[in-house]
Each structure stands twice: as C-alpha cells, then as structure tokens.
Design a protein around this ligand. Structure first.
Ligand code: HEC
Length: 324
C-alpha cells in the first residue's frame, strides 16, 4: 500500500488534536500512564522478546536510544516524536502503530502527547542528556573511546549505508555491530569488506544471504576475525569458499542453507571447533556428510533437514550458548 504523504498525515493529526482537546493537560505520568499504554500495546513487538524495527520501548534508556531509523522521542515535541506520531496515523497506513492489535484510544494518544509535551519526564532519577543526539543512532558518544573501532565509526556506518548495507547493533549494544549485505546488489567478485573491516572487533554478525557473493570474495573475509555469526544462505558459495571460512576462528553460527557446498567441505567444517549451529539443508551436503560432521563436532547442532525438531533444536542451541 502506498504510504500517505506528509500533508495528509498532518491533516489527520490535526483532526485528531481537535477531537482530543477536552482531555488535554492531564499531567501524564510515565510510570502511572505511559508504561501501562506501552506495555499493553507495544511491548509485544518492542520488548525483550521481539525487537521490531530495532526498537525497544520497555525502559527509558531504550526508548531514548531509538530504533533503526534513529530517535523516536524528542522531549517537548510530540510532532517530531515517531513514538507518538505513528500511533496517530490512519489505521490502514502501513506505518501505523501498533502494527497489529488494538490501537491507542484518543484518550491514550492524548496522554502520550501530553507527556511528551511536558518534557517526557521518566522520573526515578532518569535525566535526559543535556544535548540529545536526535536522529543519529550511531553518535560518537559511547562509541569512540569505549571500543577499539578503527577510524570513525559514524563515518564508517554512513559509508556502509550509502552502499546499501543495513547496519544495526546486536541487542542495542553499541560495541557489537551487525551488517546485512542482502540489498546491495554488488556483483560477485566485487565484495571488498574494506569498509566493514574498519569496524574492527565490533563487527560480530555478517549476513551475505541472497547476495551474489563468490567464493573468491570470502578470501577477504579472513581479516574480519571477530565475526561470530555468518549467513551465506541462498548464495552460490561452494567448497572453495569454505577453504577461506575455516580460517575464521570465532564463528559459532554458520548458515549454508541453499548453497553449493558439498561433502568435500566436511573436512574444513569439522576443524571449526567453535561452531555451535550449522545449517546445511538444501546444500550439496548429503545425509552421510551431515552425520560425519555431527560425529566430529558433537557439541554443535547440525541442522540438516527441515523437520519440526528444527525450531526446538536451534532454541536449545541458543540457550546453551547463553548458559540459561
Ligand atoms: C505487531 C507488532 C508491533 C506492535 C504491537 C507495535 N509495533 Fe512498532 N513496529 C513494528 C515493526 C514490524 C516495525 C518496523 C517497521 C519497518 O521497519 O518497516 C515497527 C517500528 C516502529 C517504530 C519505528 C522504529 C524505527 O526507528 O524505525 C516506532 C516508533 C514504533 N514501531 C512504535 C510503536 C509503538 C509506539 C507501538 C505501540 C503503540 C508499537 N510500535 C507497536 C511492529 C509493531
């Protein structure tokens, strides 16, 4: 569906405001009013279980750190705060929040607006930064100095984004980056990873799924030693690529689903002792190849078929990884 243009949205907003005038100025309180609304209508997609749009709404700090698109709350300015604005769109707008389930009532919208207008006070000792970094998720604050990033992280992130790489942090940890190349349309043989390498040890997750990445490109991945999670699914990567991957000592997750990797790679894979999860289905690997790998790496979950055990298996693997 085509999103409404801004003026249509504003029109809607104005209509909304006129309707809610009588209930304005309630002196909305974060813990008494706002938490209840967010809990009931937003947490299920923006909490510790699911983090849609890279956004968590279940603590003052996570609300202030925003989502994939940057800040969602500008204290004092409801109109600039997506947290409020998106709840006021028409329900059939693709950006309307909550995306599913019952929307905010007009009284709830008014409370949210009132709270933001009053400075979005969280209470409990939480203080807004004197100079908030609006619209910039990867500000220098917290990155420089606290982590060994080669060069300027903000600069690196914008270079990668300009190439079409999706950049995110893992669990909102500014020291752990995830890069997704899926939408870059780079031709095979031209993946350089030079910019990615500038993130240094902060780069821990890399997805090349559905790209044109070629075996020879993986040779350049070797310098990205900090990567723990590598998704090569639905690419034409084959055994030659695996000869490079074996030199990535920190890999614990490797997805080779729908690739040309064959039993000739089992020898390489079995040398990767840190592997905890390996996805092999619809690759060139045979059942006996998968069995051989299971024997060599008894600690790892080798997922070979699409049976229903898969979900529980990978969940168990995750739990054993986090030790819970
Ligand atoms: C059923 C799931 C669901 C619920 C419930 C939900 N959201 Fe979302 N939300 C999403 C998804 C999915 C995205 C990402 C959309 C995208 O990137 O295109 C998103 C994105 C957002 C964003 C933009 C984040 C960014 O930086 O891009 C905001 C703000 C937001 N939601 C606010 C809310 C608020 C406020 C509520 C509760 C009133 C809410 N959402 C409830 C699914 C949900």
């Amino acid at each position: 569906m085509y999103p409404l243009c801004l003026s249509e949205r504003l029109l809607w907003l104005v209509a909304g405001i006129t309707l809610v005038v009588p209930v304005l100025s309630l002196g909305a309180d974060y813990s008494a009013d706002i938490v209840r609304i967010l809990e009931e209508k937003c947490y299920r997609c923006h909490g510790d279980n699911k983090i849609k749009g890279g956004l968590r709404l279940d603590s003052p700090r996570s609300i202030m750190s925003g989502g994939d698109g940057g800040a969602v709350l500008v204290p004092g300015k409801p109109i600039d705060s997506l947290l409020y604005l998106m709840t006021t769109y028409p329900e059939d707008d693709p950006d309307y929040m909550p995306q599913k389930g019952e929307g905010l009532s007009q009284a709830e919208q008014a409370l949210l607006k009132d709270w933001i207008e009053g400075g979005a006070i969280f209470g409990g000792g939480f203080k807004h930064e004197a100079k908030p970094t609006i619209g910039k998720k990867y500000s220098d604050n917290g990155l420089k100095g606290t982590y060994k990033i080669v060069g300027d992280a903000v600069h690196v992130v914008s270079k990668l984004q300009a190439m079409g790489v999706l950049v995110d942090t893992v669990n909102h940890d500014a020291k752990r980056f995830e890069l997704v190349y899926t939408y870059t349309e780079l031709p095979g043989g031209s993946f350089d990873f030079g910019d990615a390498a500038e993130l240094g040890e902060a780069l821990v997750k890399l997805s090349l799924s559905r790209t044109n990445v070629a075996d020879e490109d993986l040779g350049r991945l070797k310098k990205l030693q900090s990567i723990e999670y590598l998704d090569l699914s639905r690419t034409s990567i084959g055994d030659q690529g695996m000869a490079h991957i074996v030199e990535m000592p920190n890999l614990s997750y490797l997805n080779l689903r729908d690739t040309n990797v064959s039993d000739n790679s089992i020898e390489y894979l079995s040398r990767m002792e840190n592997l905890k999860q390996i996805y092999l289905w619809s690759s060139g690997i045979t059942e006996s190849g998968a069995k051989a790998l299971r024997d060599r790496l008894p600690e790892a979950f080798v997922v070979f078929d699409t049976d229903i055990g898969l979900e529980t298996q990978s969940r168990r693997a995750r739990n054993s990884q986090t030790g819970s």
